[in-house]
Ligand binder design. Sequence first.
Ligand code: BDR
Ligand code: CA
Length: 308
Amino acid sequence: ARKIIIDTDPGQDDAVAILLALASPELDVLGVVAVAGNVPLPLTEKNARIVCELAGRPDMRVFAGCDAPMVRKLVTAEHVHGKTGLDGPQLPEPTMALQEQHGVDFIIETVRAQDGVTLCPLGPLTNIATAFERAPDIVERVEEIVLMGGAYFQVGNITPAAEFNIYVDPEAARIVFGSGVKITVMPLDVTHKALTTQARVDAFRDMGTEVGRMVAEWTNFFERFDKEKYGSAGAPLHDPCVIAYLLRPELFSGRFVNVEIECGSELTLGMTVADWWRVSGRAPNAMFMGDVDADGFFALLVERLARL
Ligand code: BDR
Ligand code: CA
């Protein structure tokens, strides 16, 4: 099985991504590391534990990583995810414990100790960049980074120019995109094609399981924001695209291009400047996805989540 570390700020869509990973035998989830993002760290680490327990995996190791971006103040997204970050269904208090080790140390130690680890960031890139700064020797040992973040044609969701995960910690994103590691990006261009229409939400509920009901209620809650905002058929289900790519890469298509992160301009802070038309002459550094087979993606989700 492919070894992965999930780095996350749950978030309803992060929760679905974690469930998808834990339901998939092709993936060996070595640990889940929380980061501050959608909501502050004490909530994201707690939410990560709730989700692992919901998946029947109280044995999964959950770590707390960084509680703030590298140099900036934390920006959160309660307006999308609610006060808890996982608003929607009634949630139990988690009983499994948080690991004592700092999440960044776990990442460093694990990448040093194990061959072929893939990192799956689903939130701001603070933990990953901090690990790379603290332990430069691990950079060349990382197999691949598959992340949700950025936008090109679809531009921004937190500002007109920037996607949330990159905007929150652009300096961290710059470090990661400049690292030389193989990077695959699931930007808004992809995730805004993976829409939770009413029929798709119903398919989760119709699974008739606790997980199905939770996912239906989460996607319903989450939908409230994006439906109104973008006038689309449903909400983009961002983070599960990362895990789906690991399972079924043929569902996605994109281009290997240069991607640079804007860290200076106030107006376009956190913009992912993707050289889609290859006009800059700068060396490509990331596989920037642009399209997804949305029906295939949701079929995979339903098939896998039904196993939990
Ligand atoms: C990203 O930001 C968060 O709100 C979501 O969980 C996703 O990771 C989308 O911009
Ligand atoms: Ca997220």
